[in-house]
Design a protein around this ligand. Structure first.
Ligand code: ZN
Length: 249
């Protein structure tokens, strides 16, 4: 059996990432780490977060809209004002090494017969997996049974049967699910900017074994929110990006 640490939407929040890594390593022997995009943007430590991720074992990582914006691959015209301001700040803050690494990331990748993407397989940069209709629309856009993604900042499971009837679950701390569906989508939630009203960092552990459906465990962990907020304010990023971390919105 292997245990994969699922991380997404870290958003330059190193205090949240460090606490998540510590909590996860106390719970399991982690074989691989999969990161579903938006490692940068909003938070004040994009280079530090990317460097920390690159030190992890057997890392697989995809590009999100915030990476694409920070390296100039997409326009920030569609971003809301605080997201646009942070994208401009991040673009300026990235070292050449971080920028090169982010540029090299794929939009989707397949690991252990599971598809990784940021938004959805059909539109990895922009589409949000909020409804079963979106799940339906994506079924023909990837070849594996399961897909792990991010982007909504909400921990969730979409599990479909053979008739594409979907069970849609918003996951809570300590929830465990056997992913014995015909097709499924899983989002571990956001490490660095949760939006489900719970300010604790969100992540998941995915256990993969032969001849049995993968099993996922969702976790939340408290971290030093005040530290992440101070870093955002000290960097003169929009103050709303600091305040929202206290409320998880
Ligand atoms: Zn995000």
């Amino acid at each position: 059996m292997t245990t994969v640490l699922l991380l997404s939407d870290i958003h330059g929040n190193l205090p949240a990432l460090e606490k998540t890594l510590e909590d996860a390593s106390q719970r399991a022997d982690i074989t691989s780490v999969w990161v579903m995009g938006d490692s940068v943007g909003y938070g004040a430590q994009p280079n530090e977060v990317v460097e920390r991720l690159r030190s992890l074992p057997d890392l697989a990582m995809v590009k999100g809209n915030h990476e694409a914006a920070a390296i100039g691959e997409i326009s920030i015209a569609n971003f809301n004002p605080s997201a646009a301001a942070s994208a401009a700040w991040t673009a300026d803050a990235l070292t050449a090494e971080t920028r090169d690494f982010l540029s090299s990331l794929p939009l989707t990748t397949v690991q252990a017969s599971i598809t990784l993407c940021h938004g959805t397989p059909r539109n990895p940069i922009w589409e949000y997996m909020f409804t079963s209709q979106t799940a339906d629309l994506n079924l023909n856009h990837f070849d594996t049974v399961g897909c792990v993604h991010g982007h909504t900042h909400i921990p969730s499971v979409f599990g479909g049967d053979a008739s594409a009837n979907w069970q849609v679950i918003q996951a809570r701390d300590a929830d465990v699910f056997q992913l014995d569906y015909e097709r499924w989508f899983v989002n571990p939630g956001s490490v660095g900017q949760p939006r489900d009203g719970d300010p604790r960092a969100s992540y998941a552990l995915l256990q993969i074994a032969d001849n049995v459906a993968p099993r996922i465990q969702f976790h939340r962990v408290e971290y030093n929110v005040a530290k992440a907020q101070d870093l955002i304010l000290d960097a003169h990023l929009p103050s709303t990006l600091a305040f929202r971390l206290s409320v998880g919105r």
